[in-house]
Design a binder for this molecule. Structure first.
Ligand code: SAH
Length: 347
């Protein structure tokens, strides 16, 4: 779908033949896949807006991050430049434009690889990034040194929820639009008062662990930006958004964007256990300001004076603590011998 076009509401998933219960992560995986499969949900006319759609300076800053990281890696040629869940392809289009300007050698060395499951979004990405190669999963990326970017990818991965009941952990399943509790196969180990809810994304942990092992073996760095706590142990953070408003996460699966907070501490720990170095999580606002976001926004405002206020307000939205600057975090995973990547220098 063309950027800015009204999104197709899309059909709800066909009702299941029986009212069988489904574990929450299986329900969420099905709902997210159906949601993205046939639509472009981004922007004012859609369901939600993401950082690269707010301002071009977001993708430009990440392009500069990738360029400096490439130099820290010893400027390997060729190098894989990859993105997980690229949406409309806006971030990578802005990033590669900035890379061509500031580091043409990196632009020539970079082989673009995108991991995307949605056919509709692959088509949108192909229109902007015709030279890319597409894959269904991060494990399918070819071997070699890698620089990987992912914005609001992890929050779409399925989560499991465990709830404490009568001194035991039980697990949330979904049936007919409501939760029910069942015995949990591999629940959290910690004790907690009755009623406590804990989340875990086995899918995110698996992807991050495999990626970390790969970075440790073959070199490179990965940068994740997403919303979530830096303290870990989120309670119930499952949410659905439709037309920029909250919706019932269990009703009409496939018609709203279903996400959960990312547990950055658990992911950083998993990455370290797999042999990579982890930097962060760091608030997005601090990270972007260190990469020069406000200066780039000021330049943009100066060269495009008619939209100056708009450019400055968009940048403000990305980094101000009361907007996206604090809730969103940045986490970098690196080959252990790599120096600290840009933006993650000690506070
Ligand atoms: N990064 C983009 C889009 C974020 S939305 C932006 O910031 O605007 C989430 C993206 O991840 C979409 O492109 C969606 O199709 C993709 N996605 C969701 N689950 C996925 C999965 N399991 N494998 C690959 N891509 C997935």
């Amino acid at each position: 779908m063309a950027p800015g076009a009204a999104p197709d509401a899309g059909p709800a998933l066909p009702p299941r033949a029986t009212a069988e219960a489904e574990r929450l992560d299986h329900f969420m995986a099905r709902a997210v896949a159906a949601y993205y499969a046939g639509r472009d949900p981004f922007g004012a006319g859609g369901d939600f807006t993401t950082a690269p759609e707010i301002s071009q300076v977001f993708g430009e800053c990440l392009g500069l991050w990738a360029a400096v990281t490439w130099q820290l890696m010893g400027s390997p040629d060729p190098v894989l430049l990859a993105e997980l869940g690229p949406g409309r392809g806006t971030l990578m289009a802005d990033a590669t434009r900035a890379i061509r300007e500031v580091m043409p050698g990196f632009a020539r060395a970079a082989r673009l690889h995108l991991v995307e499951t949605s056919p509709a979004l692959r088509a949108a990405q192909r229109a902007r990034l015709p030279d890319a190669t597409w894959h269904d999963a991060p494990e399918a990326l070819p071997d070699g040194p890698l620089i990987l970017l992912a914005n609001e990818f992890l929050d779409a991965l399925p989560i499991r929820q465990f709830q404490r009941q009568d001194g035991l952990w039980r697990e949330r399943w979904v049936r007919n639009g409501a939760f029910l509790l069942r015995d949990a196969a591999d629940p959290p180990t910690a004790d907690a008062p009755d009623g406590t809810v804990r989340e875990r994304s086995d899918a995110a942990l698996a992807i991050v662990s495999r990626l970390a092992a790969r970075l440790a073996a073959q070199g490179g760095a990965a940068l994740f930006l997403d919303y979530g706590s830096a303290e870990g142990g989120a309670g119930d953070s499952l949410q659905a958004v439709r037309a920029h408003g909250a919706a019932d996460p269990l009703a009409a699966p496939g018609t709203a964007d279903l996400t959960a907070h990312v547990d950055f501490l658990a992911l950083a720990e998993a990455a370290r256990a797999a042999g990579a170095a982890a930097h962060g999580p760091l608030p997005q606002g601090i990270f972007l300001r260190r990469l020069g976001l406000t200066q780039r926004a000021a330049v943009l405002a100066a060269v495009d004076p008619r939209r100056a206020a708009e450019h400055l307000a968009a940048a403000q939205r990305l980094h101000a603590p009361e907007a996206m600057g604090l809730l969103f975090k940045a986490l970098a995973l690196c080959h252990p011998a790599l120096p600290t990547p840009p933006g993650f220098e000690a506070a």
